[in-house]
Design a binder for this molecule. Structure first.
Ligand code: GDP
Ligand code: IMO
Ligand code: MG
Length: 427
């Protein structure tokens, strides 16, 4: 058995949570492999809406073991709040949620450092979610961070103090004002709460599941264009959001990766700063934001909106080895008379290319668009590809041909049931 990977191909918020929830009944394990509470994955079912930040999106499916993997950065305070928020659904989550001892711990001072760095950057700020993601991964890589397993150590408080003292020096350097006392008290309470969950060597768990022929789904957070290596650096997150991140973030050998589900919206959004070639600053952008309810699931910030960007999508497909595409939020464009897709970029030197240039920040590109007729039909209740309005079917055919891959699912609404499964086919 292999590990299938599901990840975002754009700048995050593609709808990963919904598709993990839809696919989860086919899996026995769902595992998050990177990111942390910067993620906000929305699930809707039975008239209820839930936003998950650190807990894997398989949590509402019976018989699925959910793993927070070693590649994740975990904030115990947010974890506790999240678990308490799920109490209304009943059941003891300790039965089907385990946490890697090797996951990195987010301390309250990591959040302060995030804010201090952003404040110092001024107009050039990343637009971080301020959850302490960057500083926590920085401590991990510089080999001084704390890990979830450390909470079991009798010396935990000592280790904590040592790192926090160092953080305080940095905060002093940045002349950042803060009040740590309250957050710190909540942190230690949350650590005690965390200890009541199974803290495990999840790499063994994942590999034992594979050896026992139990299917595993790795759930990505953020999106490929926010990847620390291949995203629009420095306007990225601090982890490997690519399929390769599932190997290091769970302890899975590269040869064990199976299908890679690439999730993309029928248009693009981005929250935070950084280049966005197809961004719309006009009424059309406003309309997409309104129809798509494009406001951050984690921070509530309005998301920047624009047309679908094929060069960027092709780049993400290439680097991830995507085998199945999933197209989200098609319904958001239901009332549009025409729909544009960026097929190429016009570079400042006059060349036209399908490649993503090294520097999108200082040398912005001009998108070259192809226009399609809108379908102007509601898609409610449709469950078969054959029922799609002809202009939408033509648009999907065009995308499949350009991207060289079949679109496996088409999502037509936020609810779990609003999905069209297109049987796998050769393009
Ligand atoms: P994630 O971070 O990739 O899991 O995505 P988010 O949850 O941050 O953002 C996706 C938003 O779109 C959520 O509010 C979902 O409920 C919603 N959504 C998901 N699929 C669809 C869809 O097909 N149509 C519409 N209209 N909304 C969707
Ligand atoms: P999901 O999993 C969208 C963005 C932030 C910022 C940049 C760095 O819900 O798709 P960070 O807090 O990681 O230091 O922020 O990355 N960002 C996201 N944008 N969806 C996310 O997660 C994101 N997680 C981080 O807005 O631009
Ligand atoms: Mg999100």
């Amino acid at each position: 058995m292999n590990v299938d990977v599901l990840l975002g191909l754009q700048w995050g918020d593609e709808g990963k949570g919904k598709i993990v929830d839809v696919l989860a009944p086919q899996y026995q394990v769902v595992a998050r492999f990177q990111g942390g509470p910067n993620a906000g994955h929305t699930l809707e079912f039975d008239g209820q809406k839930v936003v998950l930040h650190q807990i894997p999106s398989g949590i509402f499916r019976a018989d699925v073991t959910n793993i927070i993997g070693n590649g994740v950065v975990l904030d115990p305070i947010i974890f506790r709040k999240e678990i308490e928020g799920l109490a209304r659904f009943g059941g003891d989550l300790r039965q089907n949620l385990v946490i890697s001892k090797k996951a990195a711990l987010i301390l309250p001072t990591h959040r302060l450092l995030d804010a201090a760095y952003e404040q110092a950057k001024g107009a050039e700020k990343i637009g971080s979610t301020l959850k302490g993601i960057g500083p926590t991964y920085t401590d991990k890589v510089s080999r001084q961070g704390l890990r979830v397993g450390d909470v079991l150590s009798p010396n935990f408080k000592e280790k904590y103090r040592k790192l926090v003292d160092q953080h305080k020096q940095t905060l002093r350097f940045y002349q950042f004002e803060y009040n740590l006392a309250e957050a710190e008290a909540g942190f230690f309470e949350a650590v005690e709460f965390l200890k009541t969950f199974p803290l495990v060597d999840s790499e063994y768990l994942v590999n034992e599941a594979l050896a026992d022929d139990k299917p595993v789904l790795a759930e990505g957070a953020q999106g490929s264009l926010l990847d620390v290596d291949f995203g629009s650096y420095p306007f990225v997150t601090s982890s490997t959001t690519m399929a390769a991140g599932a190997c290091t973030g769970l302890g899975v050998a590269p040869g064990r990766i199976g299908d890679v589900f690439g999730i993309f919206k029928a248009y693009c959004t981005r929250v935070g700063s950084g280049p966005f070639p197809t961004e719309l600053f006009d009424e059309t952008g406003e309309r997409i934001r309104k129809e798509g309810r494009e406001f951050g699931s984690t921070t509530g910030r309005p998301r920047r909106c624009g047309w679908l960007d094929l060069p960027a999508l092709k780049y993400a497909i290439l680097l991830n080895g995507v085998t199945r595409l999933v197209m989200m939020k098609v319904d958001v464009l239901n009332d549009f008379g025409e729909i544009k897709v960026c097929t190429h970029y016009h570079l400042p030197d006059g060349t036209v290319t399908e490649r993503l240039p090294y520097d999108l920040c200082d040398a912005p590109v001009e998108p070259v668009y192809q226009t399609f007729e809108g379908w102007q039909t509601a898609l409610d209740g449709l469950h078969s590809y054959d029922e799609l309005p002809a202009p939408l079917a033509q648009y999907i055919d065009f995308l499949e041909e350009s991207l060289g891959l079949p679109i496996h699912f088409i999502s037509t609404g936020p609810d779990r049931e609003a999905i069209i499964h297109r049987e796998a086919q050769a393009v």
